[in-house]
Design a binder for this molecule. Structure first.
Ligand code: SF4
Ligand code: SF4
Length: 424
């Protein structure tokens, strides 16, 4: 990259700037590829402040629009991070697209990722090309015998690995990812969740191994006992125990002592989080398609012109609706591309609907959803009156009003619950 990044202006890696530099997390990665026995990724629990929790999930375009708005309100932000609410590389398309868009639009911002490391390796070169300067990998054990107590399963592609085999696979990938990142000059932090009775006696071994890989800094984090998880009853380590462990680990690596255990949608300075204040901005961005001025219309899959009642793949044509003063008007009807051309059909449909910010359908599959989102068209799954869907898109009325109607809306526009198994 041409632009010289000021890599010291990262408040998580450099405590000296934590009072003047802030970070924003872009929650674009809902799925995860492993199961940590302490994790319960509930959405929208605003009382909880911990990783894995977010009030909304954004697509890459929405994330950039959100970032623009956040920077206008909080210019002290120097870092855009992706930290879930799942794992960035369990959602590689959304993650990499977001990074590309952010780097193009904000050449000077620091880009940071926090991952379990399992799926990072294939993206190593591109991350370096896009000048991703800071990566955090969570390594809880460097011995699979201990790791197997921490992970419920590890999913590699379509295969699920459990027990020793899963822990061993995860560890190998983590070590390769860290070595690769360091060889490309990326600053690497390792997070280790301290779980009393499980890995607390193992922390020095983790620190020693990470030091041998030239990791820059270690962040020991006390486990957070989450309800409905296998570690729900494990006590949170006391402050004195954490201090003693950090002293031990400091023999091998510098320690982070100012971590605030932030959420996957955290924003602001570490000690002056503005998440509460900017939550409405985040949820509004999750509903609306950025660049909507260039996309004045909404497409609708309907049989008779009153209800949203056709699956995307069943619709022979789409009604195109626009604004008319305070109300809505039907602009025209456009034929859908012919069925049977595989994924090309959805790229053709995106071209047909290129002036639409959203498409209202009763249901759609994973492939068309991904392609339409890639092209900046937000699919909304719903049932009921077209007008209610138009109000949700244009006026930001709560999508919840459409819940319970045929087809229902699954957690806003792009939460994991909205995915369906079919591809049409
Ligand atoms: Fe990066 Fe973690 Fe800091 Fe977020 S909290 S900016 S992911 S180091
Ligand atoms: Fe949860 Fe993160 Fe572990 Fe995935 S990697 S299970 S999101 S804590």
């Amino acid at each position: 990259m041409e632009t010289k990044l000021e890599i010291n202006r990262h408040p998580c890696f450099n405590a000296e700037v934590k009072g003047e530099c802030g970070r924003v997390h872009l929650p674009v990665a809902p799925k995860c590829n492993i199961l940590c026995n302490y994790c319960n990724r509930k959405f929208d629990c605003v009382n909880e402040s911990r990783p894995g929790v977010s009030s909304a999930v954004l697509n890459p375009y929405q994330a950039v629009s959100y970032l623009e708005q956040v920077l206008a309100k909080e210019p002290r932000i120097t870092v855009a991070g992706i930290a879930g609410p799942g794992d960035p590389f369990a959602n590689p398309k959304a993650t990499m697209k977001t990074i590309r868009l952010v780097r193009e639009r904000f050449p000077e911002i620091l880009i940071c990722l926090a991952s379990n490391g399992l799926g990072l390796l294939p993206h190593l070169e591109e991350l370096a090309e896009l000048a991703v300067s800071h990566v955090t990998i969570t390594v809880n054990a460097v011995d699979p015998e201990i790791g197997q107590k921490i992970y419920g399963w590890v999913r590699d592609g379509k295969e699920i690995h459990r027990g020793l085999e899963g822990a061993d696979l995860l560890l190998r990938r983590q070590l390769e990812a860290i070595a690769g990142l360091k060889s490309l000059g990326v600053t690497v932090k390792v997070n280790t969740i301290v779980i009393p009775g499980v890995n607390d006696q193992h922390v020095a071994a983790v620190a020693r191994r990470m030091a041998s890989l030239k990791v820059d800094v270690l962040n020991l984090m006390p486990v957070y006992p989450n309800a409905d998880t296998p570690f729900a009853e494990v006590p949170e380590p006391a402050a004195a125990q954490m201090t003693a462990l950090r002293e031990k680990a400091a023999r091998f690596l510098p320690q982070i002592r100012h971590c605030t255990r932030c959420r996957a949608d955290a924003v602001g300075l570490l000690e002056e989080d503005r998440g509460e204040e900017l939550r409405s901005c985040l949820t509004a961005c999750a509903r609306l398609v950025p660049g909507s001025d260039a996309r004045p219309y909404v497409a609708v899959a309907t049989k008779e012109g009153m209800l949203v009642n056709l699956h995307l793949g069943e619709a022979p044509s789409f009604q195109i609706w626009g604004l008319n003063g305070q109300g809505f008007k039907l602009v025209e009807e456009r034929p859908a591309p012919p069925a049977g051309a595989g994924a090309q059909r959805w790229w053709d449909l995106a071209e047909v609907l290129k002036d639409c910010r959203a498409v209202l359908v009763s249901a759609l599959g994973e492939t068309p959803r991904t392609i339409l989102e890639e092209c900046g068209i937000q699919p909304l799954e719903m049932g009921g009156f077209i007008e209610l869907g138009l109000q949700a898109v244009y006026q930001g009325s709560p999508l919840e009003i459409l819940k319970g109607r045929r087809g229902g809306l699954a957690r806003g526009c792009s939460g994991p619950g909205s995915r369906r198994g079919c591809d049409a």
